[in-house]
Design a protein around this ligand. Structure first.
Ligand code: RM4
Ligand code: MN
Length: 388
């Protein structure tokens, strides 16, 4: 029997981190569609993140991306965030948008380019010192397009060297989250293509380097929950970048493409007792809302994660263990599916009401008039976006 009160307590303590860039304009390599009311500054992105937290109650931190969120004074940016009831979370580095990085950043054959890229990683740690951020999230677009273009092993050596230098600069309470991605923008060989490569580099670095699983960065059909289970067992899972993919790195709303996969992932998290923020996994979103309204899409993504988590918490673990131990294949699968097929929306509505929130965050946001207000106020200036 599931202890519903305990499930509700766990759900109200759950945390999801929002990405500053999801509030800005984005698109594909074909077109970026600008939306009215989009933030023009890191402060306005943080204000939008605070609104997501206001209506969900579980998204109190927002990840920044440097240089997209560059400001003169990070301590006052952190103070501004705190005045709105949120905090600055992970720091993301950007070594993929400079002409110098055409042949790679930290794996570039040119030592001067490698120096520049590593310096950027160190600069991000200096910013973390000022914002109080714990997590340095590293994603490298590095790779090659053609067989023979560069030496695969030398590139690994260069990567390891840059990571070593970065790791050595970390403060006591800081850590590296090392992301991987199968392909794109490199089309033949990416330097960190999979969790195994990320894991091996993290092992070499030490205990404060852990793997970040971006759910969109796998080949179709990859069993992501297996990766979760394996890394949890090794104490090397540091974070998620949640989003959905149908084809490749689509960056759609978490839980939109495959809510069952999200449930299976969250079940492994619950099974590993890794949901509690004290365990140290940073559950982040990494999404782009190219054609839909951004703030309600981010709210919806948070709700989708909560629903998958609630279902995972409802799995009757004793019944499941008994069926597994008896070798009762159908019963074991049935126990899992019973939880997945439960409508948890009423339960989550109760969790929100208990927290003093509106039970329907999307409706509450729509009624609030915030969208109309930002559309009216945010005129002129340069809208945030990565351009394409
Ligand atoms: C990358 C990767 C990173 C994110 C950028 C914007 O594909 O997923 O996590 O920082 O996109
Ligand atoms: Mn990511």
């Amino acid at each position: 029997m599931t202890d519903l009160a305990a499930v509700k307590r766990t759900l109200s303590a759950q945390r999801v981190e929002t990405p500053s860039w999801a509030f800005g304009n984005s698109g594909t390599r074909f077109k970026v569609f600008a939306q009215p009311g989009v933030p023009r500054s890191p402060q306005e992105k943080i204000a939008d993140a605070a609104v997501v937290h206001k209506y969900t109650g579980v998204a109190p931190t927002v990840a920044l991306h440097i240089p997209w969120d560059k400001v003169d004074d990070y301590a006052s940016l952190a103070a501004y965030a705190s005045s709105l009831g949120v905090a600055i979370g992970a720091m993301n580095t950007n070594v993929f948008q400079d002409d110098d990085y055409k042949l790679g950043s930290v794996t570039n054959p040119d030592p001067a380019v490698r120096r520049k890229a590593t310096d950027h990683l160190l600069e991000a740690i200096a910013i973390m010192d000022q914002t109080g951020s714990r997590d340095l999230k590293l994603w490298f677009s590095d790779g090659i397009n053609y067989p023979g273009q560069d030496d695969l092993t030398n590139r690994q050596d260069r990567l390891a060297e840059a990571l070593r230098e970065t790791y050595a600069r970390l403060g006591e309470n800081q850590r590296i989250l090392l992301e991987y991605k199968l392909f794109e923008p490199a089309f033949y060989a990416t330097d960190i293509p999979d969790w195994g490569t990320s894991y091996a580099h993290c092992l070499e670095l030490g205990p404060r380097a852990t793997v970040c699983i971006d759910t969109g960065h796998h080949a179709p059909g990859t069993n992501i929950e297996f990766i979760v289970a394996f890394l949890l067992r090794q104490k090397k899972l540091g974070a998620f970048d949640f989003n959905s993919r149908f084809y490749a790195d689509d960056d759609l709303m978490a839980g939109a493409a495959d809510p069952f996969q999200l449930f299976r992932i969250m079940y492994e998290i619950v099974r590993g007792n890794a949901l509690d923020p004290a365990y140290g996994i940073n559950f982040m979103l990494d999404q782009c809302h190219n054609i839909e309204a951004k703030i309600p899409a981010i709210i919806r993504s948070v709700l989708n994660i909560q629903e998958a988590t609630a279902k995972a918490l409802l799995v009757d673990r004793n019944a499941l263990a008994a069926a597994q131990n008896n070798g009762d294949v159908l019963e074991a699968n049935g126990v899992l599916m019973d939880a997945y097929n439960t409508d948890v929306r009423p339960l989550l509505a109760e969790v929100r009401s208990d927290l003093g929130l509106d039970p329907d965050p999307v409706a509450a946001y729509k009624r609030s008039g915030y969208q109309e207000k930002i559309v009216e106020e945010r005129v002129g200036g340069q809208q945030a976006g990565w351009g394409a």
